[in-house]
Design a protein around this ligand. Structure first.
Ligand code: SF4
Length: 685
């Protein structure tokens, strides 16, 4: 008799869906249980009974013939993917031996844990960090995704609360700015759609006509990296037309006088049109709609932050919402990232107190140069879990060169033989989210949920926690922390005195109840909660001034061209593909077919010359070259090339991925990645 088991999708997505797995007990033993269907939990207030197209056939991932099901040891050249099966004892003994050797001979800093959000399960994502803290390993600064946008947000309105996505229904104008919600946060759409049914317009501001723009009322095709200029011009027009909320500005912000005097006069519609590539009428029209709305909501995408000036762009957009006073209206303000509201005791799982001294720190965008060039000590032991740097990290050629080093011992804990795993000395089999228990928060809503495993692990897969425990035992660590089970770790995470956790009953969470944080519903904006040093929205940041950074919000121009810019006239964007999630799902042929079968490059007709759709083209810069299949389209703007999705390099033409061309340059604020700010030359093959 089939039964339903409630779990949570662990993928790196704001929605953290509550998932109902239909399990059939095919045989006599519990080990025979099989997941036959994955569907959205109808009782979850945000999942609302549906999953995205990536996960609603998740049984194909779980039972894929390509799963790594046993520990493997390399038996061929690095990168070739030749492995032989070994047992867990042998694998753990070999790994612990290599850790001890590196520690003894070159110190803890020659050990590197390289990880990201392959699982969002709070216990399993974070517990390996405790082991590596205990070892004194090089610390990893996980700057690959949102650091630029986050810092822009934090210095302007403070980290923490943004508009509750469920309150989007109360908005009367939704600006989706630099986000492809249909692809990357699909559970926000029903709330936006409800607002639209009541008369709200949805406008997408993005350099290319993404899936969300295609279903919007209007697409504003801005030149990449010029968002701050548009935001400041809109503020200029609102001030010119006396549509500012002066009362809000007076009570809840600081620095407007200087912004008004020193910055806004420069951003006339004519000037902004030159910078952004938009028509003056487009900018005026957008300002008119913004000025007329009573609860304008801006959905800010993380992608805006992945430009060299990305932090400043997010600051300017937050400022725009400030001059309209929308933060105090129900449904108005900024919808960004709810993750910071989950004030859990993360240190209980990562154990920063185990660090000895201050080990050196690696920006994860620098993994290629670090593997190739770092000395004193060089990285000799690399442990990769929850990420696939051979596909996702910038400077891909260097990453592959580093992973090829014969004197580097690499362990990869993975579900599939990714490009990174192919370089490993040992591959450990990892479970899918249906196969382990964990506690989940979200960054697109306000609900916690604990999930028990729905089915037994396939093959010999083991969770991160189980691997950490086995390694700790072999290394001789006997701290009781290493014996805690998942529920005990989850309980420790929930043991927080923060007001947002007040009244959250750990027993009920651990019993699987979807549990909302202690944040009131239908709060009319969140201006009272600005967590800046002044407690107000800061057009001017004294904290940035202290750091020697521009204190006043401004647009200071696009970045200085790099040495390759003369020969590389086109800008390359690498936004998410609809069928992949970062590099996850890239193993599925069905997903690759949906994305065109081969990596596709969108080219505006004005840039295409002799190139026609379907032609093979090459784009290149000083970091290397990549071949893709051309799609000539007006869905992107002149001067902007778009390559959606992080295809596995091994599925790319000539086995090279798009991150061959992306650099490790950092953002203006927050030291984040700049995946959307690279220049290339284009030619037909
Ligand atoms: S990837 Fe996102 S939208 Fe899809 S099921 Fe997982 S959490 Fe939900």
């Amino acid at each position: 008799m089939p039964r339903l088991v409630k779990t949570v999708c662990s993928h790196d997505c704001p929605d953290a869906c509550s998932v109902l797995v239909t399990v059939e007990d095919a045989g006599k033993s519990p080990g025979d249980a099989r997941a036959v269907q994955f569907r959205g939990d109808p009782d979850h207030p945000v999942t609302r009974g549906f999953l995205c197209g990536k996960v609603n056939t998740y049984e194909q991932q779980v039972y894929s013939n390509d799963r790594v099901l046993h520990p493997l040891r390399r038996c061929g050249p690095k990168g070739e993917g030749a492995f032989e099966r070994i047992g867990w004892d042998e694998a753990i003994t070999a790994i612990a031996g290599r850790i001890s050797l590196a520690e003894e001979e070159t110190g803890g800093e020659s050990i590197l844990q390289y990880t990201y959000a392959g699982t969002m399960g709070l216990v399993n994502r974070n517990c390996p960090t405790a082991l590596f803290n205990r070892l004194g390993a090089t610390q990893l600064r996980q700057n690959i995704c949102y650091y630029g946008a986050d810092e822009g947000y934090r210095v302007t309105v403070g980290s923490g609360y943004c508009v509750d996505p469920e309150d989007a229904v109360h908005s009367d104008l939704v600006l989706v700015w630099g986000a492809n919600v249909v692809t990357t946060q699909v559970h926000l759409m029903p709330f936006i759609d409800k607002a639209r049914k009541k008369g709200a317009r949805m406008i997408v501001i993005d350099p290319y006509r993404n899936r969300t723009a295609k279903v919007a009322d209007e697409w504003i095709g801005i030149r990449p990296g010029t968002d701050a200029a548009l935001a400041l011009s809109l503020a200029h027009i609102l001030e010119r037309d006396e549509l500012l909320d002066r009362d809000f500005i007076e009570r809840r912000t600081i620095g407007f006088e200087r912004l008004s005097r020193e910055v806004l006069p420069r951003f006339t519609p004519a000037q902004a049109a030159k910078i952004t590539g938009l028509a003056e009428e487009e900018i005026e029209g957008l300002a008119r709609q913004l000025g007329a709305a009573s609860a304008p909501l801006i959905k800010v995408g993380i992608g805006i932050g992945r430009s060299t000036a990305g932090g400043g762009a997010v600051r300017a957009i937050c400022a725009l919402a400030g001059v309209t006073g929308s933060y105090e209206t129900l449904g108005g303000g900024i919808q960004y990232d709810t993750g910071c509201e989950f004030e859990l005791d993360l240190d209980a799982v990562t154990r920063p107190d185990w660090l000895r001294g201050e080990p050196r720190v690696l920006n994860m965008t620098d993994i290629g140069p670090a593997l190739c060039e770092w000395q004193e000590p060089p990285i000799r032991f690399l442990y990769v879990h929850g990420t696939n740097p051979a596909a996702t990290a910038p400077l891909q050629t260097k990453v592959h060169e580093g992973l090829s080093r014969e004197d580097l011992f690499t362990v990869v804990h993975e579900r599939f033989l990714t490009d990174t795993a192919r370089y490993a000395d040992i591959v450990l089999p990892a479970p899918t989210f249906a196969e382990y228990a964990d506690l989940y928060k979200a960054y697109g809503h306000l609900y916690l949920q604990y999930a028990e495993r729905a089915i037994p692990p396939r093959g010999e897969s083991r969770s991160n926690l189980e691997v950490v425990q086995a390694l700790a035992k072999k290394l001789g660590y006997d701290d009781p922390w290493f014996s805690r089970d998942t529920r005990e770790h989850a309980r420790a995470l929930l043991d927080s005195s923060h007001p947002n956790l007040e009244g959250v009953d750990a027993d009920r969470v651990l019993a699987g109840e979807t549990t909302r944080l202690n944040i009131p519903r239908k709060t009319a904006g969140f201006a009272e909660r600005f967590k800046t040093p002044s407690g107000k929205l800061e057009f001017y940041s004294a904290r940035l001034e202290e750091q020697g950074l521009p204190a006043l919000i401004d647009f200071t121009g696009e970045r200085e061209p790099e040495e390759e810019a003369d020969n590389c006239p086109l800008r390359l964007l690498t936004p998410p593909a609809h069928s992949f999630l970062n590099s996850s799902f890239g193993n599925l042929e069905k997903a690759r077919r949906r994305e065109g079968g081969r990596p596709v490059l969108m080219i505006h007709p004005d840039d295409s010359g002799e190139i026609e759709s379907g032609d093979e083209v090459e784009i290149s810069n000083l970091h290397g070259s990549v071949r893709l299949q051309a799609q000539v389209t007006t869905d992107t703007n002149k001067g902007t090339l778009v390559a959606e999705g992080t295809w596995w390099p091994s599925h790319g033409i000539e086995r090279r991925g798009i991150n061959t061309l992306t650099s490790n340059r950092l953002t203006d604020l927050g030291g984040g990645s700049t995946f959307h700010d690279n220049r290339v030359a284009l030619k037909k093959i």
